[in-house]
Design a binder for this molecule. Structure first.
Ligand code: ATP
Ligand code: MG
Length: 457
């Protein structure tokens, strides 16, 4: 059944690597996620090979290799291929030596690994039964030492061996369990799930970067809502993102938010995040109302969240910093949170303000967030349609016209460079965006009026 699927380049190369290793007398199989995906008839993201050859042996067999994790038994075998547009492009097959892992004293990495000649032993150190399958691309046989195929049939994520022990060894596996369950729409087997609940508070032994990577995968694989529900049920949420946990039970005004509290609203938005969406949009969506819990107030007329976008922006910056996001990504996530309420004003905005709003970097992400925000509450897309119409009908040169003048023009006109330059140039651009001026001469005349006003003050 799997054979028919092995048509991709990657599968072919992985199969060739297996054959080469076998010709040299070693055992070798496809291992882990790729076997699971092939059985599920999903296209594996990458193919991993497990072998009895040691890293040294693997490196001596293939002409070019990278010893990325040779101490853990992992060697990358790069593959050069011709891609469709004729360019040479590189990807690598991960070749890992069968091993058993020693003790784990830091809650994440084995203190030492012991290479082994036994495929069965190698499977025992893997995380979940569905990830513990081996495949022989020559015979077409699946080697299943852990009842992984049955669990695929049952749609269950089950730890290999004693769940408590396996999560105690490596706390990252708790997040992986949630991610795989959400991705495939599986349940987490009860004992595996109880072990996660018992150990959830220890997730902090995992680095912020690894937690971030798992959370971002959960958000961008198309199943963000079930992933966050499972994070909550497993109690991991309060340890990984306490700011999101605090959204629960925070009531909202019925007339704007018939769907329920801030948590329910946020989950509805997550449900709308498509697979493959950008991480900045995903985080912007997750965090857009993160400022609501701390600003909740029952005013005489209704529940209010004054300043929630501003407070939320600060909180988003803090969360991005904790997640070690790049400055560029942090700026975009913060911009999404900071601007999400401004859609409410688009019809009242001055032309220049509206154009500046539409010019925000990656505006399509602001628009996507706003759309999800509407669909997850009152379901009225009037302002979304208004903005889309504006973008569609306004030529780019109207939204972002060439500046009529620059600082150099001001110097040439005899002005002394100073802090007013920026003010004047902004005022000139405002007038230009409003359609009040069209030429360099008009721009300089405007500056002259402003300069006279200032000197007569
Ligand atoms: P994905 O489709 O997300 O890549 P995957 O199952 O391929 O899923 P990887 O992180 O690529 O996951 O890891 C490959 C294999 O290595 C897994 O299938 C599993 O057998 C093993 N593995 C990965 N991480 C761990 C871990 N923390 N503990 C135990 N085994 C692991
Ligand atoms: Mg993988």
């Amino acid at each position: 059944m799997i054979r028919a699927q092995l048509i991709s380049d990657k599968a072919q190369y992985a199969a060739r690597i297996v054959r080469t290793l076998r010709e040299r007398g070693f055992a070798a199989y496809f291992a882990g996620g790729c076997v699971r995906d092939l059985l599920l008839q999903r296209d594996p993201a990458d193919y991993d090979v497990a072998t009895s050859a040691t890293p040294q042996e693997v490196m001596s067999i293939f002409p070019k290799t990278y010893a990325v994790g040779a101490q853990f038994g992992v060697v990358l075998v790069p593959v050069l291929r011709d891609s469709e547009d004729g360019e040479r492009e590189n990807y690598s097959i991960e070749v890992a030596t069968f091993r058993s892992d020693g003790a784990y004293s830091d809650g994440r990495h084995p203190d030492q690994v012991k290479f082994s000649k036994s495929a069965e032993m190698d499977v025992q150190r893997r995380d979940f039964t569905i990830n513990g399958l081996l495949y022989d691309p020559e015979s077409g046989d699946v080697l299943d030492y852990v009842d992984g195929r049955a669990d695929l049939g049952r749609k269950v994520i089950r730890a290999i061996g004693n769940p408590h022990q396996r999560f105690a060894e490596d706390k990252l596996r708790m997040l992986r369990a949630v991610r795989f369950a959400a991705r495939f729409g599986y349940t987490i087997e009860p004992q595996t799930f109880s072990a996660i609940k018992e150990l959830a508070a220890q997730i902090h032994q995992v680095s912020h970067e690894r937690i971030r990577d798992e959370v971002l995968k959960m958000l961008t694989e198309g199943q963000a809502k079930p992933a966050f529900e499972l994070l909550d049920e497993s109690t991991l949420l309060q340890h990984v993102l306490p700011e999101i946990k605090k959204m629960q039970g925070v009531a909202q005004p019925q007339e704007y938010h018939p769907e329920g509290d801030v948590w329910v609203h946020t989950l509805l938005l997550l449900e709308g995040l498509p697979a493959g969406c950008s991480k900045t949009l995903a985080l912007g969506v997750l965090l857009h109302d993160v400022g609501k819990p701390p600003t909740f107030r029952r005013a005489p007329d209704r529940i209010r969240f004054d300043g929630h976008a501003e407070i939320g922006t600060k909180m988003a910056a803090e969360i991005c910093r904790r997640f070690r996001m790049s400055n560029e990504d942090t700026d975009q996530v913060c911009a999404l949170v900071a601007n999400h309420m401004r859609f409410g004003d688009v019809k009242k905005m001055k032309e220049s303000t509206l154009k500046r709003f539409l010019r925000l970097p990656d505006f399509d992400e602001h628009l996507a967030l706003h759309r999800l925000d509407c669909l997850s509450s009152h379901r009225d897309l009037e302002l979304y349609d208004f903005v889309r119409e504006k973008i569609a009908t306004m030529p780019a040169e109207q939204i972002r016209p060439e500046p009529l003048i620059t600082g150099n023009d001001l110097i040439a006109a005899g002005y002394k460079p100073g802090p007013q330059f920026k003010e004047w140039l902004t005022a000139v651009e405002d007038a230009q965006l409003e359609g009040a001026i069209q030429t360099k001469e008009e721009a300089l005349a405007l500056v002259e009026r402003m300069a006279q006003q200032e000197s007569s003050r």
